[in-house]
Write a protein that binds this ligand. Structure first.
Ligand code: AMP
Ligand code: ZN
Length: 466
C-alpha cells in the first residue's frame, strides 16, 4: 500500500502525494522562544524530522517552513522582568533551539522564519481580511469575526453554531468552550513593544503569523501542516479561518498532529513546570541518540509516557543494533551467498518500509529491524550468514539509519557537574603531589572520556567541556 497519513481534517487515513509536482510543501509551527524547549516539544519536532526523512526516502523533495514565534504575551512578560528587549531575550532561546535541533540530529527545515521579520506581511493580510468583511475594531485592536466564516470548527470537529456573536478574546491560547472572535492585531498597552503600522501601534496576534508565513513561502494551498495536538484548537482552526477567508481556497490538504509526551500521566509543559529539557537529560549523562530514539520510537499519534527506564531501554536498543553493525563490519565470514538470507533481508526491508508508509508506524518499523538483526545474528552463529550477505544487511541498516539516525555515537557529553569536575581535579592534584602519576593519568583519561579536557597551566589546571 502506498504512503498514507491520518488527516485530522477528514479524520481519515488517506494516501499521500503532493499536489503540484514532486515537492512537498510543508509548514510546521515552531517554538515560542521564551525558554529552552522541553522534550515534549522535541517529541513533536522529532516526529517532523522522521516525516521529512521518510518523505525523502519515498522520492519527494521538500519545501518545509518552520516559524519561530518571537513576539508573544509570555515573551513580553519575561523580557520585561529581565529588563531586556524582546530581541535580546529571544535571541538566547532561538540559538539554544538550533543547538538542540543539531544535538538531536533534527534536520533544519528549508526555511526558518521569524514572526518579527514579517510584520508588514501580517498587516497586509489583516487589511485584506478587513476588505473582505472578516474584521472589526474594538479599543484599537482588530478582531476576526468567526461567525462570518462558515467552516469554523471543521478541523477540531466542533459545532460552533451556537457561539455568542461578537464575544471576543484577547489572549492567544484558550479552550474550545471559549470559541470567540480572536485578536489579529493587538493595540499597544503601556510598557509593551509595538510596531507603528496603518493598523495603529501594536503587535500581531499569534495565529495570523503562521497563516502569513506559510502562504508567503509555500503558496495558497499547502500539502502538509504539522504541530502538536494542542494546536488543533484554537491555533490551527484560526489559521484556516484566516487563510481561507483571504484566498477562498483550501489552506492545507493534510493536517498531521503529534500526540503529547506526558510525564506521570500529565502533559509535560512549561506552565505546569513538570518538564525536562534536552540539556537536563544530557547533564544526567544520557546520550542524545537515546533521547532521539525514545522520542521517535512511539508512533506519533500515540501518547508517549516519558520514563527514565524508557530512556535506558532506548540506549540498550541502540547498542544492540550497533553491535550488529560492528559484527557485519568485522566478522570473518565464509565465502558465498545464502539465498534464504537474501530473501530474509528483502522481507525485512519491505516490512520496514510498509510500517513507515502506514502513517509513520515507527514502532513496527523498529520491530522489523530488531527481528532482522536477531535472525541475522542467529544465522551468523550457525555459520549460515555468508560474506555475500553482508552488503544487503548493511544496506538495510543504512536505510534504517537514514530515518532513525542513531547508529553513529555523538561526541560524549559530560554528565558531570562543575563541582564534580573540580573534585576530580583536586584528586588528580593530590595524586600528582604524592607522585602517583598512574592515578593522575587515569583521572585525566576518565575526565576526557566524559568530554572534559584539562590544561595544565602555571596558574594551575584549567578545564573545559568539549
Ligand atoms: P510551543 O513552544 O509551546 O508553541 O510548542 C512547540 C510545539 O511543541 C508545538 O507543536 C506544541 O504542540 C508541541 N508541544 C507542546 N507540549 C508538548 C508535549 N507535552 N508533547 C508533545 N508536543 C508538545
Ligand atoms: Zn502556528
Amino acid at each position: 500500500m502506498a504512503l498514507r497519513f491520518y488527516n485530522t481534517l477528514t479524520q481519515q487515513t488517506e494516501p499521500f502525494t503532493p499536489l503540484l509536482d514532486n515537492t512537498v510543501r510543508m509548514y510546521t509551527c515552531g517554538p515560542t522562544v521564551y525558554h529552552y524547549v522541553h522534550i515534549g516539544n522535541l517529541r513533536t519536532f522529532t516526529f517532523q524530522d522522521i516525516l521529512r526523512r521518510w518523505l525523502r526516502a519515498r522520492g519527494y523533495q521538500l519545501n518545509h517552513v518552520m516559524n519561530i514565534t518571537d513576539v508573544e504575551d509570555k515573551i513580553i512578560r519575561n523580557a520585561a522582568a529581565e529588563h531586556k528587549s524582546i530581541e535580546e531575550y529571544t535571541e538566547v532561546y532561538t540559538k539554544a533551539f538550533y543547538e538542540d535541533m543539531d544535538t538531536l540530529r533534527l534536520e533544519r527545515p528549508e526555511r526558518l522564519v521569524k514572526a518579527t521579520e514579517h510584520i508588514a506581511d501580517m498587516v497586509a493580510a489583516i487589511q485584506k481580511l478587513g476588505e473582505r468583511g472578516f474584521t472589526y475594531v474594538s479599543e484599537g485592536s482588530v478582531y476576526y469575526r468567526i461567525a462570518n466564516f462558515p467552516g469554523y470548527g471543521k478541523l477540531s470537529h466542533n459545532d460552533f453554531s451556537g457561539i455568542r456573536a461578537g464575544a471576543r478574546v484577547d489572549v492567544d491560547e484558550y479552550d474550545k468552550a471559549d470559541a470567540r472572535d480572536f485578536v489579529l492585531w493587538k493595540a499597544r498597552k503601556d510598557g509593551e513593544p509595538g510596531w507603528e503600522t496603518p493598523l495603529g501601534t501594536g503587535r500581531p496576534g499569534w495565529h495570523i503569523e503562521c497563516s502569513v508565513m506559510a502562504m508567503k513561502y509555500l503558496g495558497e494551498t499547502l500539502d502538509i501542516h504539522t504541530g502538536g495536538v494542542d494546536l488543533t484548537f484554537p491555533h490551527h482552526e484560526n489559521e484556516i479561518a484566516q487563510s481561507e477567508a483571504i484566498t477562498g481556497k483550501p489552506f492545507v490538504r493534510f493536517w498531521l498532529h503529534a500526540e503529547h509526551l506526558s510525564i506521570e500521566a500529565q502533559k509535560m509543559s512549561k506552565s505546569l513546570g513538570n518538564f525536562y529539557t534536552l540539556r537536563d537529560l544530557l547533564g544526567m549523562g544520557y546520550a542524545p541518540e537515546s533521547v532521539r530514539y525514545l522520542l521517535a520510537s512511539v508512533p506519533y499519534r500515540k501518547k508517549l509516557n516519558f520514563t527514565f527506564e524508557g530512556l535506558k531501554a532506548a540506549a540498550t536498543s541502540i547498542e544492540r543494533l550497533r553491535n550488529f553493525k560492528l559484527r557485519l563490519d568485522t566478522d570473518k565470514l565464509a565465502a558465498g551467498k545464502n539465498e534464504k538470507l537474501v530473501e530474509r533481508t528483502r522481507a525485512a526491508i519491505k516490512a520496514f518500509d510498509e510500517a513507515l508508509d502506514d502513517d509513520l508506524n515507527t514502532a513496527a518499523s523498529l520491530a522489523a529491524a530488531f527481528e532482522y538483526a536477531r535472525d541475522a545474528n542467529t544465522a551468523t552463529d550457525a555459520g549460515e550468514f555468508l560474506s555475500g550477505n553482508t552488503a544487503g544487511a548493511l544496506h538495510f541498516l543504512e536505510r534504517f539509519d537514514s530515518v532513525f539516525d542513531v547508529l553513529k555515537p555523538s561526541a560524549r557529553v559530560s554528565g558531570l557537574s562543575d563541582a564534580e569536575v573540580d573534585a576530580m581535579i583536586a584528586e588528580r592534584n593530590a595524586a600528582k603531589k604524592a607522585r602517583d602519576f598512574v592515578r593522575a593519568d587515569r583521572i585525566r583519561a576518565d575526565l576526557a572520556a566524559q568530554g572534559i579536557v584539562l590544561e595544565d597551566t602555571k596558574e594551575g589546571v584549567r578545564w573545559k567541556r568539549q
